[in-house]
Write a protein that binds this ligand. Sequence first.
Ligand code: SAH
Length: 211
Amino acid sequence: MGRDIAATAATAGVSSGRKAIDPRVMAVIEQVPRHEFVPDDQRPFAYENRPLPIGHGQTISQPYIVALMTDLMMVKPEDVVLEVGTGSGYQAAVLAGMARTVYTIEIIEPLGLQACERLTQLGYGQVKCKVGDGYYGWDAHAPFDAIIVTAAASHVPPPLIRQLKPGGRMVIPVGAQFLTQYLLLVEKSGDGTVSTRQVLPVRFVPLVGGH
Ligand code: SAH
């Protein structure tokens, strides 16, 4: 799988601006057992470089996209990070290999509960989960060094910008369902100024909820 990710990174590099994924990210991806995060009937495909269905109309992202998004977050070992859209828990497990603590929020209760149980069983104790609407972030544990949103929003949620530390980075797909969505890298500078860069056209399930 690592070779597939590297090959996609090399060809997509022109538009994503990243020719190669950080070796630390690749090492973690090689360690996380993706087959543990997909339904039994999808296990034969767990190490292919494509998204897979995980039930409730949701998907576990393509490994290349997980690698690219994690790379763009530039997570350091002492960081506290937030994920919106736990899904299977796979991306949270990858982040757990990079950061000190991972907070993750899922809006579909059965998915969130299952992912949480799975992460505990697999020994990812530094991942803290909750079921709720991630549009509003997780104020009690803010600010975060990095934030990742794994569902496409129509706009960058202001609560998430507020919960990002100065110097922090957020990776989020933005755009309407069935139309072109772009992966955005949002950076908050030391003085609080926010800048945004389009990285790559992508396709994600929509960010739903009450906003
Ligand atoms: N990161 C996941 C992939 C998630 S797919 C993984 O590694 O498997 C996107 C997920 O976002 C879905 O599970 C969907 O239910 C969830 N989601 C959508 N809107 C949300 C919201 N407002 N708050 C939290 N989760 C949301």
